[in-house]
Every structure is written in C-alpha cells, then in structure tokens.
Design a protein around this ligand. Sequence first.
Ligand code: PEP
Ligand code: MN
Length: 338
Amino acid sequence: MLVVMERNATPELVARVCEEIQKMGLKAHPMEGTQRTAIGVTGNDGQVDSDRILTLKGVRDILRITPSYKLVSREHKPEDTIVTVGNASIGGREFAVMAGPCSVENRDQCLTIAEKVAASGAKIFRGGAFKPRTSPYSFQGLGEKGLEILAEVREKFGLVIVTEAMDTETLDMVASYTDIVQIGARNMQNYSLLKKAGRADKPVLLKRGISATLDELLMAAEYVMAEGNENVILCERGVRSASNHSHNVLDLSAVPFVKKYSHLPIIADPSHGTGSRDRVMPLSRAALAAGADGLLIEVHHEPSKALSDAAQAISPEDFEGLMKVMRQMAPVIDRTLP
Ligand code: PEP
Ligand code: MN
C-alpha cells in the first residue's frame, strides 16, 4: 500500500501518519519526492483498514499495490483452474458452451431444446427452475418440478446441468439435482448465499453483478473459495450503462482482466449481455476471440414464446449455426470445440 501525502503536508504531518501506520502493526517507509511525500506501507496481509489512514490530516490518497483477494489470485495459484464436470471442462483448451432456455417451462420444452443443443455440440444444459424476476407477477419458475425435469435431461442426453440457486433456503435442494450451481447477477453480493455455495460439493457459476466492478466480482468468488470450494467459474453477463441501445453492455474487457489477475475460468453470456437475439452471434465471436473460456447462450425452440427473456432467445437452428462458427474460429486461438 502506498499513502500519498498532500503537496503541502509538513514533515510533522508525515511523521504523524507514519506513527499511526506503526500503531497498526505495520512498517512505514516515507519517500520524499520533489512535489510531495509518499509513504510505502509494508507488512500488511490485505486486511488493513485503509480508511483509518485516509482520514488522517495531510493524506491525499491511498493506492493499493496488492489486491486484497487471495485465493482467487494468480499470485496464489499461477496455473489456470480447470473445472471438470462429467465430460465437460471449463478453463482448459476446450471452449465450453452452456445452452438452453432461460426458464424450465415444462418437460417437452426442455427435452426438445436439450436434444437439439446436444446435437449441435453443447455439453452443458442450462435452464432456470427458480427465476429471479423483476416483477413478482412474472413467471417465477417451476421450482423443484423444474429441477426434476433438468435431472431427466441429464439422464436422457448425458448433458451436464447448470441451474440457479436463488437463496440459502433452496441451495441444498438445487445442489442435490444439478451439476453446477449458478449464482445469478442479483445475488453476486449475497454473502450468506456465497458462503453456502462455498460449502456445497458442486462447482459454482458466479455471474457478475449488474453494476459490479471486477474487483467486486473477484471478491465474491473469494467468498466461495474461502469456504473451501475451489471450483468457481466466473461469468461476464453485461453491466448496466447509460446507453439505451442495449439492455446491458457486455464488457468483454473483463476477460483479459480476469485472466491476468485470477486463475479462475471466465465465460461470457452474450444473451443477457445484450438482451437481443440478433447480437448473440457477433458477441459470441468476440467473446471467443477475447479469450473467454466458453459461452452461456439462451436457446428456445419457440423463441418469441419463451416465458422469460424471449427477446434474447435464439432458435436451435441459429444455435447450430453459432456452434459451426465457433468451431471454425476456435483453432485460430488454439482452442478446441467438440
Ligand atoms: C439467467 O441466467 O437466466 C439469469 C437470470 O441471469 P443473470 O443473473 O445474469 O441475470
Ligand atoms: Mn435469462
């Protein structure tokens, strides 16, 4: 950590800040510059309450040198984490594709979509049984009945299942049916849910919060890992912005950032990231090119009739086309696609 003093800070003020730093059990290293003094702080384990220093007289700013996340960081683990579930793997050379409807609506719908996405090469089937909806009057999902349908999809097609756990009350139930537990954007900072997911024996797909910074996303992953669950997959699903051309803005710069600072895999979700089906293909191409470890794509056999997120659902035929393009592009950046 580096404490930057005001330009006019007197030697007495610098000394007082150094004293305060020492009182916190840390070492202070004042460095006098031509414009101002900076104080290097060493001996901290990332737990320092920097606000205590920031409010001292003469202090202008505090720069953190080491991020406070640990287990998720590449410094902690230099090699990429590869999450293996059934015959799918996320984070290795293989580009992982999760596809399926936004919501599990009924058995026929899921079996129809699952058969098609599996035939196109998707190994992971998605579908929400518990749906976080903006309106309490919108379709809320089938609950446990939906989980049973997902389990049947796994049996029938050998697909790996990912579905959302919305709260601590139902997390264990969701985890008992699914292969990967999804924590949705709205819950990215639900710390009790993150901790409980960290104690589950299933990998976690953690979606970026609607206006979360990447440090906040990595900190949320740290919560899961701190409880002992090392299998975390991050997901860039778009963030809110001032622009009105798109539901969300898919922030693909998140991919190289996360890759640099963390060993965890990160996939992209161009469906929620744009909210429009016509943008799913171009942003899927971009995500693969940016180095994402996979995609989450919403597919519906009758897209415009979907009970949730209809505007972004693509047809199974368009999904097949998308997979063909991914398969052509993958070798260019040394990735494979089944
Ligand atoms: C979803 O995956 O259907 C979903 C609700 O996603 P998000 O949490 O990113 O909005
Ligand atoms: Mn959705």
